[in-house]
Every structure is written in structure tokens, then in C-alpha cells.
Write a protein that binds this ligand. Structure first.
Ligand SMILES: CC(=O)[C@@H](O)[C@H](O)COP(=O)(O)O
Ligand SMILES: NCC(=O)COP(=O)(O)O
Length: 253
């Protein structure tokens, strides 16, 4: 089964925001990635608009709708309130209707996403939100640690998929840690459990060309969303070449 590559364009927006104007263009880079073989585009509009802004989400939603077979995935904290021109996560995705919403338990003071949901505490609050997003035609994925019990709760609250948080795995791979085999096995076990209970399986955070040859063996993996490392790789090889290289790496060819 082909593992879909969804390119996260947060870091293009981060560079864009360091000047007035629209250079580099997030939309232009989305078109480059799609033309080079990306299956989808991911963005993570945060309330502080450090990178992706609401208008980026609107423009990318329109672009992806024009591209047959290309999915748009918007990530964020569903309870993030409106702040300035940021309308709040739920109003923004109800307005733009991406193909997939990945709900992430981030607070605005985090440097980046660094944990999955604790559904024992937030499951009841999430259930109606998930239902609302699904009723609006979006696939809902929950950002999760590779915890079997928690993944069972993801099914209970109505999620279509989980996105396995791969940050600790990526760090262990970079450090060549002795923990790496056990961490990878935990992801494989979590994915197998998700498969067994009828949840789809996405993954993301700090995946790169070095650790993907290990991670692509996770059973049932449907989609990876990759931004930080792919953008850095693009500095050396160009974004189109980077997308092609990640596609080849995912295919294992
Ligand atoms: C949810 C996740 O792991 C990433 O998709 C997230 O988008 C990274 O956010 P930053 O690009 O703001 O670090
Ligand atoms: N959901 C993960 C994502 O979209 C990109 O994460 P990263 O590759 O920027 O760490």
C-alpha cells in the first residue's frame, strides 16, 4: 500500500513572515510539491500565527480543491480560541472544509507539538467536536502517543484515524539511542492495535530521510505529514527534488 506524503508548509510560512509581503509564497510552494508528487498538503495554523495564517488556509483549501486526488490536512487545537485575525480552529476549518482535520493538544506557548492527547481527561470534550467535524464532511485524525489504551479511546470518541506522534522516535533515531528498537516496536504495536479496532493510521513529527526507512515498516501506515526536515532538505536540493526523494524513500525503492 502506498504511504501518502503530505507536505507540511509551516516553515515556508515562517520564512515568509520574516518580511512584509508574500515571498516565499506558501501557495506557490504547495503547487511545486503537488507537481513533484506530494499526495497532500498539511498546515498547522496556530493562534499566534507564527507561521501559517488564516488566509493561507483559505488559499490552500481553494488550491487543493482544484487538484484531483490531492488532500488538504489542517492541524490544530480544536479548543484554540479566536485571537486577532485568527478566528478559532473550529470556525476556520468549518469555513475552509479541508479533507482531513488533525486535532492536536497544543497550547500556544509550546515551541512545537510535543505530545498526544490524553483522552481519559479530554475525550468527553472532544467527542461532540469530532462529530461536528465529521458531519461537516471532514475526516478526523487525533494526534496520539503510541499508547494502546489511549488509542482504544480514540476509537471510542469517534475518530476516523490517529496520527502517531513520532517526535521521540525521531530523536532516538538521531541519537542512535539504545531505546530505538523498543520505541519503534511500540509504534508498530500501537499501529497494529489501531488496525485491529478499525482506525486509520497517520504519523508525523520530525520524520526525515534517515528515519523513514525504519518507520515505513509500521503496519497499516497510510499517511505521513512531513515539514521541518523536508523544508531543510529543500535548501540543499530544492523542494521538488526533496518531495521526489521522500516519495522514493517512502516506497522503499
Ligand atoms: C502536529 C505536528 O507534529 C506538526 O504537524 C506540527 O505542525 C509542527 O508544528 P510547527 O511546524 O509549528 O513546529
Ligand atoms: N503532523 C506532522 C507534520 O505535519 C509535520 O511535522 P514536522 O515534519 O514539521 O515535524
Amino acid at each position: 500500500m502506498t504511504i501518502a506524503l503530505s507536505v507540511n508548509l509551516n516553515k515556508i510560512a515562517l520564512i515568509r513572515n520574516s518580511r512584509e509581503g508574500d515571498y516565499p509564497s506558501v501557495v506557490a510552494h504547495a503547487e511545486t510539491c503537488i507537481a513533484a508528487g506530494a499526495h497532500g498538503i498539511t498546515v498547522h495554523p496556530r493562534p499566534d500565527q507564527r507561521h501559517i495564517r488564516p488566509d493561507d488556509v483559505r488559499a490552500l483549501a481553494a488550491l487543493c480543491r482544484q487538484k484531483a486526488g490531492i488532500e488538504f490536512n489542517v492541524e490544530g487545537n480544536p479548543f484554540a480560541p479566536a485571537k486577532g485575525s485568527y478566528p478559532g480552529f473550529i470556525p476556520l476549518v468549518l469555513e475552509t472544509r479541508p479533507d482531513q482535520c488533525t486535532l492536536v493538544p497544543d497550547s500556544d506557548d509550546q515551541l512545537t507539538s510535543d505530545h498526544g492527547f490524553d483522552l481519559k481527561s479530554s475525550g468527553d470534550k472532544l467527542r461532540p467536536v469530532i462529530a461536528q467535524l465529521r458531519d461537516a464532511g471532514m475526516r478526523v485524525s487525533l494526534f496520539m502517543d503510541p499508547d494502546i489504551e489511549q488509542i482504544s479511546l480514540a476509537k471510542d470518541v469517534g475518530a476516523d484515524r490517529i496520527e502517531l506522534y513520532t517526535g521521540p522516535f525521531a530523536w532516538a533515531a538521531q541519537q542512535q539511542s539504545a531505546d530505538l528498537p523498543a520505541l519503534l516496536q511500540a509504534h508498530k504495536d500501537a499501529a497494529q492495535h489501531a488496525l485491529d479496532i478499525g482506525l486509520g493510521i497517520n504519523a508525523g513529527h520530525d520524520l526525515n530521510l534517515d528515519n523513514l526507512p525504519l518507520y515505513r515498516e509500521v503496519p497499516g501506515l497510510q499517511e505521513v505529514s512531513i515539514g521541518h526536515a523536508l523544508t531543510v532538505d529543500s535548501i540543499a536540493m530544492g523542494m521538488a527534488n526533496a518531495v521526489r526523494k521522500y516519495r522514493v524513500c517512502l516506497a522503499g525503492t
